[in-house]
Design a protein around this ligand. Structure first.
Ligand code: HEM
Length: 217
């Protein structure tokens, strides 16, 4: 493996990661409408399903996920081959975090979550049918089962851990590494991770507890 193709992989990985980072806030915004009102959420999902721009972006999103996953696995295999005992050295220096050393573990667990999540929603809404349920009922019925709430909440915590390293690392890999801007990137990463993790986590919990929806729209 030449050094230049290794850099190309790392940059591709970072660019696809940065692209995926733009999807999550929009997805969170739409999903948090389910905490407000059933009609508002159903209308937003319908808009997403029929909007031309979103229809064009959906395959791009799928490709983004595929590229990110394939590159991640390849990079991990390449790193293991090159430095089988790297973590002992990094630990001793204290230069790595648990999140940075376990990106492949959290990444693969998130892949398993994504497969389950697609079966829960995407496949039903796009291909197999929803048994007469609305999108809102699909969400509330799923989160009436405690084990789905546990699986989703654990996955969102893993997502937070994965992003806590991924966000800053992606910026560094595409060259945004400057003593002046690094603290700003770090702060943006912490803010982004907190909003995404807490935002997604409260959705299944509030539905399970029967607290949501709480708007009168
Ligand atoms: C409470 C949390 C979540 C809920 C209620 C939720 C709900 C949904 C629903 C209803 C859809 C189908 C929308 C459609 O096809 O138009 C969907 C699709 C999708 N979700 Fe989620 N989701 C959640 C969290 C996440 C997270 C954390 C990720 C990523 C790590 C994710 C990734 C996706 C992807 C990739 C799709 C397919 C693309 C799309 O349809 O836009 N979801 N989700």
């Amino acid at each position: 493996m030449s050094q230049s193709s290794s850099i190309v992989r790392k940059v591709t990985m970072s660019l696809s990661g940065l692209f995926l980072l733009t999807f999550l806030p929009l997805h969170l915004l739409i999903n948090s409408l389910s905490l407000c009102s059933a009609d508002l959420f159903n209308d937003a999902v319908h808009f997403m399903e029929t909007n031309l721009l979103i229809q064009v972006m959906q395959p791009a999103l799928g490709i983004g996920f595929l590229v990110h996953i394939i590159m991640g696995i390849k990079l991990e295999m390449q790193n293991r081959k090159a430095r089988p005992i790297k973590y002992e050295f990094e630990d001793a220096k204290g230069s790595s975090t648990w999140a940075s050393r376990n990106m492949i573990v959290t990444g693969l667990l998130l892949l398993a979550f994504l497969c389950l999540h697609m079966a829960n929603y995407f496949v039903k809404m796009k291909f197999t049918g929803m048994d007469g349920q609305t999108a809102f009922e699909l969400v509330t019925n799923l989160f009436s089962m405690w084990y789905y709430v546990v699986i989703y909440v654990v996955s969102f915590v893993l997502l937070g851990v994965h992003l806590s390293h991924g966000f800053s690392s992606a910026f560094q890999s595409v060259g945004a590494n400057h003593t002046k801007y690094n603290p700003i990137i770090k702060m943006a990463a912490q803010g982004y991770v907190a909003v995404i993790t807490i935002g997604f986590t409260i959705i299944p919990i509030l539905h399970f507890l029967g607290i949501a929806p709480f708007c009168t729209l």
